[in-house]
Design a protein around this ligand. Structure first.
Ligand SMILES: [Zn+2]
Length: 507
């Protein structure tokens, strides 16, 4: 529904739309156990005996039913987030969207809350190949427990979850859950009560995220935008309007850090499609007419047929006092973290993305992506041809569906990024998960950056480290910034903190 609405609004003209390669078993087991993934691969609804046998072990059955095409669904959802990570890692996109992802409850060896394979964890692991620190933010009404658990003991991933807490699934996410061991203080939980409205939410979200960005200084951000935090959700009990929900994206966009945007929960589906369409437009910096264009699901949007999810008059159980206390406690915890924790200095390998069974091959040789392989990741032109908005489109460039924007559109795009750095033109890619019968076969394909070299890493890091942005650098003074820039441009090593620069000076 979301994709249909996005397309009929004509937003595809501003996006590169990709069809991701389904994630392979090998890729899924970078996080999940072999046994669990093997079970998901083999199981079908007809196999009642086996479902019963493993019901407890893998938590399938009630909340997480076995359905036809389950494995294909998981592979596409996870493949979307892996492709999104790949787009960001290669520097092809500033924002990559996978509305088919965001399945934050899935555990290493267990399904949970409609989630089977944790595409988020897999996507973050991919981002960690080139980013020292990745930030995960979760605005689904439910606690992002699966992602938090996966990274609970590391300081390389900070997880921040805003959720309803207290007699609510999954029951975790207390303020005092802050991570463990090296990961202590790198899990942040913001437990909220029912009825939270736009203003209260924004007043907590912005200061918390501002501090997180200052202290943690991530190389990439993953934003799970579960839409069950919207007002009127069938399962949720928050009171966010569409715009109140979208402010999370609006705010995170201003930091100009590579951003992966994912879906998640959402059970009043017409509103989910509305919110995610609005947020897709926000990602590209477009304003959409409020009256919905005709689309395949038009009758779902009655009686108003408008792009809006209003809040209602439900009581906000989050008092100003409660929120203020919550905010200061969270920020106080953040002060205990090491400023921009570094990882041991290491040579950064050329970035290889492999969606293949045997990525060891890639250690020895670079495999050039062929035009054909590249096209496999893209939606065939015909799939978008039902739109009325195509007339006059320039689609001569077969390699990409990015449309040459008119000068007006160009301005809009630049305007959007001018919230932060004018030099960062926004290019957005959205991964479309298309489940088609009989077309699922994990295939071998490689994407490898062969022309880019280590400099790529420097380029990405330099988003934060250019002189123009130096006011954002907090504790770094001008001299240190220059030092970092020099080292990043001259050296294939990644410089991650002032301490490391000092260490380099000593040696
Ligand atoms: Zn949820």
């Amino acid at each position: 529904m979301t994709h249909n609405l996005v397309t009929n609004y004509g937003l595809y003209k501003k996006l590169e739309i990709c069809r991701p390669t389904p994630a392979t078993i090998r890729e899924m087991t970078k996080f999940h156990t072999d046994e669990y993934i093997d079970f998901l691969y083999r199981i079908s609804p007809e196999n009642t005996e086996e479902i019963q046998k493993y019901q407890q072990k893998f938590n399938v059955g009630d909340d997480c039913p076995v359905f036809d095409g389950l494995f294909e669904f998981c592979a596409l959802s996870a493949g979307g987030s892996l492709s999104a990570a790949n787009k960001l890692n290669k520097g092809d996109s500033d924002i990559a969207i996978n509305w088919g992802g965001g399945l934050h409850h899935a555990k290493k060896s267990e399904a949970s809350g409609f989630c089977y394979v944790n595409d988020i964890v897999l996507g973050i692991l991919e981002l960690l190949k080139i980013h020292h620190r990745v930030l995960y933010i979760d605005i689904d009404i439910h606690h992002g427990d699966g992602v938090e658990e996966a990274f609970f003991t590391t300081d390389r991933v900070m997880t921040v979850s805003f959720h309803k807490y207290g007699e609510f699934f999954p029951g975790t996410g207390d303020l005092s859950d802050i991570g463990h061991g090296k990961g202590k203080n790198y899990a942040v939980n913001v437990p909220l009560k029912e009825g939270i409205n736009d203003e209260s939410y924004k007043n907590v979200f912005r200061p918390v995220m501002q501090h997180v960005m200052e202290f943690f200084r991530p190389g990439a951000v993953v934003l799970q935008m579960g839409a069950d935090s919207l007002s009127g959700d069938r399962l949720g009990c928050f009171n966010l309007s569409m715009k109140g929900h979208a402010q999370a994206l609006e705010y995170m966009k201003t930091f100009n850090v590579p951003l992966m945007v994912l879906g998640g929960g959402g059970y009043t589906i017409r509103n989910v499609a509305r919110a995610w369409t609005y947020e897709t437009a926000m990602a590209v910096g477009e304003e959409l007419p409020e009256l919905l264009p005709y689309n395949d699901y038009f009758q779902y949007y009655g009686p108003d047929f408008r792009l809006d999810v209003p809040s209602n008059n439900m009581e906000n159980m989050n008092t100003r006092e409660y929120l203020e206390k919550l905010k200061s406690k969270v920020i106080e915890n953040l002060r205990h973290t090491t400023f921009a924790p570094s990882v041991q200095m290491q040579e950064v390998p050329k970035y290889n993305y492999s969606s293949d069974e045997d990525d060891d091959d890639l250690n020895d040789k670079d495999i050039k992506i062929t035009q054909k392989a590249s096209d496999k990741h893209r939606v065939p032109e015909t799939e978008l041809s039902d739109s009325e908005d195509e007339v006059g489109d320039n689609r001569k460039n077969k390699r990409s569906y990015r449309i040459n924007p008119s000068s007006k559109e160009k301005n809009n795009v630049t305007d959007s990024s001018s919230l932060g750095n004018d030099n960062n033109k926004k290019e957005i890619s959205t991964t479309k998960d298309v489940i088609q019968e009989n077309n699922f076969s994990p295939t071998k394909s490689y994407i490898s950056k062969t022309n880019g070299d280590e400099e790529k890493v420097g380029t990405i890091e330099s988003v934060e480290l250019t002189g123009e942005n130096s006011e954002k650098l907090g504790n770094l003074n001008k001299e240190e910034v220059e030092k970092v820039e020099k080292l990043v441009s001259e050296d294939s090593m990644v410089i991650d903190s002032v301490e490391n620069i000092e260490k380099m000076d000593e040696t």
